[in-house]
Structure formats: C-alpha cells, structure tokens
Design a protein around this ligand. Sequence first.
Ligand code: CA2
Length: 179
Amino acid sequence: MAAARSGERPSLFVAAAYKAGTALPLRGGFMAKIVFVLNGPNLNLLGTREPQTYGRATLKDVETLTRAAAASHQLKVEFRQSNHEGELVDWIHEAQAKGAAGIVLNAGAYTHTSVALHDAVAAVSVPVIEVHISNIFAREDFRHVSHIAPVAKGTLCGFGIAGYGLAISGLAAILEAKG
Ligand code: CA2
C-alpha cells in the first residue's frame, strides 16, 4: 500500500483497517500499531489499599503512564481491566483477531490459578508481556507460580507501575527486531 502524503485523505484500505480496530492512521499515512494492556481482578482498586505492596498510584495513573510510554514508540493503547476470567480470555482472542502488535498482561491473581488464561496466551501469535507491580517471588509461596510465564514472551515483576512502561519498551524492541 502506498503511504498517503501528509494531509491527504487515507485510502479505503487504511479506512477499513482503522474501522476494524487494527491500527490508527497518523500524519503522513503511517499506521500506529495497537497494544492491548489487560488488567485482571482487583486491579481497579489500585491506590485505594495496600500501598506498601502496590504503591499509591491508581489504575488511571497506570493508563496514563502506559499511553505515554506507547506514544514514545508510536504505539497506541487499548487499556482494559476486568474482574472476570472469561472476559480476559475474550480480550486476548480479540487482540489476535484485530491484529494487535502485542499484549501487556497483568492477570492479577489469575496468574497463579488460570489454565484458561495460559491456554489463551498459548493460542495467539500476538507477543504477550506479563507484568506484575509487586515482586511475586518475594511474596507468599502461592504467588511464586505463574501460569502465564511459560507462554509469555517475557515477564517483568517488582518494578512497581513503572513495569508497564518497561513492558511497552520491551515490546517495542521486539517489534523493531521483527521489522
Ligand atoms: O503484583 C501484581 O501486579 C499482582 O498481579 C497483583 C495481584 C496479585 O494477586 C498478584 O499476585 C500480583 C493483585 C491485584 C490486587 O490489587 C489490589 C490493589 C489495591 C488494593 C487491593 C488489591
């Protein structure tokens, strides 16, 4: 596809991809890739309790940080949170169906229990970066097991909410290496 010159109307192909949610047109006809940032159960409570473990930032702060990190790599973000395992599974499928460039996944407590999320991550070709705000290996034994890690492209934990930005940078490096 020939890139549209700056100020030109996007082609029908570009418009169709935009409608499908695959990518967003930027100036000059360049299409920003989309990264799904998916958050699991109880992460909506961030900043309200347990500051010694999770800090004082809210999930809205995480979203802002993630969007800024993504923008610095010309990436767009689809940011979501759910307390329901099946909804997270559906969103992983949706990321694949919409041609997302990557997924950043903090599956919360489902990390340690969910074979369904393991299978969903294994089933998609979209690279998944697993993120945890806390260092799960420095906590209770039941948090030392991740069902996501064996099928993730990479895992980050213990960097606080900065881990989301690091995950975006790691993903950008993977995408750049792919070309
Ligand atoms: O460290 C992480 O990011 C976790 O994924 C967070 C999960 C936990 O189950 C994982 O083991 C590690 C829990 C998120 C709950 O977040 C809350 C925040 C504030 C108050 C209560 C819960």
